[in-house]
Design a protein around this ligand. Structure first.
Ligand code: FES
Length: 295
């Protein structure tokens, strides 16, 4: 059902066979490139795990800001005849191109883990933004060739790029705000604030992950070496069920993209996830494990 402009646009993109084909080829290529362990470390860096925040949206501010400056300086320079602004607008265009390339690398690292139908929107978003970058690169080279004295032709090329990057930004917003790509899947976890019964101790076998619902919150419990651990059962990265994961070096490894969360406190030990998962304090009362969200 398409109820608003965003949903109509998304539906058209998702339906496109061409975008599906581009998406499939790009996906294969990226998975081949980032398959090696050394490349996986680069991918996780680009995902933003190190800074606890996806890197891509931080980097997109560079081209958007720089290219906005390019357009404003060009307009002032051309309308009010200030040729001395040409060098500044040229530098801004170049900085924007460099920032766009870095943003594209981080965006592709995120996009690899995205599932359909959002994957198609991401592929189109990338195509539009790469086209914008190419236009700004052409505009930059034209400026260079004219000794930083841009004419209307150079400006029009940059303006076309700016229009495209605005469309690209809108599509990126649709993916995050409407479709929930790269949001922390546990953002609204609030409880239980007091100890509540979760499971009978006899139901926890050593080394086996057990999923339960406590106050409607999915929680995964584990007894390991005599200690009971409880973490949120939903992976913060893309919502995978962590109870289907594996225990690796005192972490739970996500079954979908191999993020690892520490048993002790739910922090991210290995990306691509950027946010940890909720952690619960445990105590045993009358052979029942009781848990409470650790604040
Ligand atoms: S869903 Fe992607 S790492 Fe868990």
């Amino acid at each position: 059902m398409e109820r608003d402009f965003g949903e109509r646009i998304s539906a058209q993109i998702i339906k496109s066979n061409l975008i599906r084909k581009i998406s499939a080829s790009l996906n294969r290529l990226l998975h081949r490139c980032f398959g090696a362990p050394a490349m996986r470390r680069l991918k996780v860096f680009l995902n933003g795990t190190l800074v606890g925040h996806p890197l891509h949206p931080m980097l997109t501010d560079i081209p958007i800001g720089a290219w906005t400056l390019t357009i404003i300086l060009d307009l002032i320079g051309l309308l009010f005849r200030f040729p001395q602004l040409g060098l500044a607008s040229g530098i801004a265009a170049g900085v924007g191109v460099a920032g766009a390339l870095a943003a594209a690398a981080a965006g592709l690292a995120d996009w690899m883990d995205v599932d359909p139908p959002e994957k198609a929107i991401g592929a189109f978003h990338a195509t539009v933004n790469v086209s914008a970058t190419v236009l700004f690169l052409i505009s930059f080279l034209m400026r260079w060739g004219s000794h930083w004295q841009p004419g209307w032709g150079t400006f029009v090329v940059a303006l076309a790029g700016y229009l495209l990057v605005s469309i690209g930004g809108y599509l990126g917003g649709l993916m995050v705000f409407n479709m929930g790509v790269m949001i922390n899947r546990n953002a609204y976890r609030t409880g239980p604030g007091d100890f509540k019964p979760a499971v009978a101790t006899r139901e926890l076998a050593e080394g086996q992950l057990k999923r339960v619902l406590v106050e409607e919150q999915p929680v995964v419990l584990l007894r390991l070496d005599g200690t009971i651990y409880a973490l949120g059962a939903v992976c913060s990265h893309y919502g995978a069920p962590l109870n289907e994961g594996t225990i690796v070096e005192r972490t739970i490894e996500c079954p979908w993209h191999a993020s690892r969360f520490a048993l002790d406190d739910g922090r991210v030990v290995q990306g691509p996830a950027c946010a940890g998962v909720p952690v619960y304090d445990c105590k045993i009362v009358n052979d029942q494990v009781h848990i409470k969200l650790r604040q």
